[in-house]
Design a protein around this ligand. Structure first.
Ligand code: UD1
Ligand code: UDP
Length: 373
């Protein structure tokens, strides 16, 4: 099989997946691979999906599964049932999955059982918090994957410690940063701040969507109370994820916090770029703020992206109101140090495409062959 003959099925399903898959599809196309872009439909609102195709210049999906929302089992199962006949029919040489959402897991399992090579982009991240659905998705997806594309050295160490073979693990950097660097100029050229009545460097940007923060009414109410206090010191803008919107008590919305629809990618990058600080529980936003040099307070007890704490602008501040408010005060008065990890340079997807095109056709060992101890 020649390089040109490699056919890669690229799967995405949720908002952050679209941002991660775009550079991978582009890089595979540019090295001569044939790509099929499949959207599972896990996210389906225009604000969670359509706008990302437009903003990223991502082509319309070649195949849409339309799985929609549901419980974990329903969603993962719908991805699997929808994908299985497609993998059988297309018989791709490899399936690329990105990130840690239910679509990632469902697609990886189907491909592995069909005997197709599986490549996981963003492999090796571990929060070590088994109550996070994403942690289950990460661990299982890695286990059935042939190619483990790690964004950072800590991810490589995790994979080595779990017994993966050296030839499976590839430190390639961060594809989300590829998209960020390709789009930041266009994003900051927009009138996003003007439209929202915000001044650069004089507002806090907030996102919250982790079940641990938004599914429990008391926790969410407490965090909204914190935002209320912050809004007395600095403007607060909060694009609300649909999961969070469905749980917000309209009677208890803090008056000083601007709750807005989820933003498109370019508007959101512009908001991140101009923020005095970002408060979030998102995975991707911890990485983007690191690259943009904007301080990030992560409202969680752990992170699967520790590199953003050590080599970035991120701080873990948990959920306690006192601790969060102290961190906000510190950042606004004392500033912060800007640092950025190596290999987060905008070329990660090119590295991935080159590795796949050079090796997929010669693949002999499979995930069952763990490192000999
Ligand atoms: C999912 C991922 C999470 C990721 C996040 C990115 C899993 C287990 N979770 O969480 O890791 O960080 O996406 O944003 O895969 N909804 C809409 N419109 C949409 C999509 C969802 O209204 O287009 C609502 C539905 O009520 C749905 C809820 O949001 O039940 C949650 O959606 P779901 O995809 O199950 O999980 P997320 O919280 O979005
Ligand atoms: N994002 C966006 N609009 C928003 C919120 C986030 O475009 O209103 C982008 C953000 O720039 C990042 C990605 O969505 O690239 C992060 O996705 P999300 O926080 O939903 O998921 P996670 O990264 O936590 O899995």
């Amino acid at each position: 099989m020649s390089c040109e003959m490699i056919h890669v099925l690229c799967v995405a399903g949720a908002r952050p997946n679209l941002i991660k898959i775009k550079p991978v599809i582009d890089a595979l196309d540019s090295v001569g691979a044939t790509t099929t872009f499949l959207h599972t439909g896990q996210h389906y609102d225009d604000a969670m999906s359509g706008v990302f195709l437009d903003d990223l210049g991502l082509r319309k999906p070649d195949i849409s599964l339309g799985v929609g929302s549901g419980t974990h089992a329903e969603q993962t199962a719908k991805v699997m049932v929808g994908l299985e006949p497609i993998v059988d029919e297309l018989a791709p040489d490899a399936v690329v999955v990105v990130g840690d959402v239910n679509s990632t897991l469902g697609a990886a399992i189907v491909a592995a059982k069909a005997g197709v090579v599986v490549a996981h982009v963003e492999a090796g991240l571990r929060s070590r918090d088994w109550s996070m659905p994403e942690e289950v998705n990460r661990v299982v997806t890695d286990r059935v994957s042939d190619y483990l594309f790690a964004p950072s050295a800590d991810a490589v160490s995790n994979l080595e410690a779990e017994g993966y073979r050296d030839d499976q693990i590839h430190l390639v950097g961060n594809v989300m940063v590829d998209s960020l660097l390709s789009n930041i100029e266009r994003a900051t050229g927009r009138d996003t701040l003007e439209r929202l009545g915000l001044d650069a460097g004089r507002y806090a940007l907030v996102t919250l969507h982790r079940p641990a923060n938004v599914d429990d009414a008391d926790v969410l109410e407490s965090l909204m109370g914190v935002l209320d206090v912050v809004s007395r010191e600095i403007s607060v803008v909060f694009p609300v994820h649909p999961r969070t919107l469905s749980r917000l008590d309209s009677r208890k919305k803090p008056a000083g916090v601007a709750l807005i629809e989820p933003c498109g990618y370019l508007d959101f990058l512009a908001l991140e770029h101009g923020a005095a600080l970002v408060m979030t529980d998102s995975g991707g936003i911890q990485e983007e703020t690191t690259v943009l040099g904007v301080p990030c307070l992560t409202l969680r007890d752990n992170t699967e992206r520790p590199i953003t704490l050590v080599e970035g602008t991120n701080q873990l501040v948990g959920r306690s109101p006192e601790r969060i408010l102290e961190a906000v005060h510190n950042v606004l008065t004392n500033g912060w140090v800007k640092k950025s990890p190596g290999l987060w340079d905008g070329h990660s997807a090119t590295r991935i495409a080159e590795i796949l095109v050079a090796n997929v056709a010669k693949q002999t060992l499979r995930p069952t062959d763990l490192k000999e101890s």
